[in-house]
Design a protein around this ligand. Structure first.
Ligand SMILES: [Zn+2]
Length: 68
């Protein structure tokens, strides 16, 4: 029983139909929450990600771009 004939649903809440102004989300709220979730995951990485190069991405302190 798959009902995929309806309108595309918000990728975050998967309940509300996508609002063209907030694609692929249904609202600003879902977009913000989705971004927040991504940011959270970026800061709290479960385990150590192993890159193909064998290099670990060290968290760099943000430096001013115009540093000499
Ligand atoms: Zn939504």
């Amino acid at each position: 029983m798959t009902d995929q004939d309806g309108p595309a649903l918000c990728v975050f809440c998967r309940r509300q139909p996508i609002d063209p102004g907030w694609r692929p989300f249904c609202s600003r709220r879902c977009k913000v929450q989705d971004l927040a979730r991504w940011a959270e995951g970026a800061y709290r990485v479960p385990g150590e990600p192993v890159s193909p190069d064998g290099q670990r991405a060290a968290p760099e302190p943000s430096k001013p771009f115009n540093q000499a």
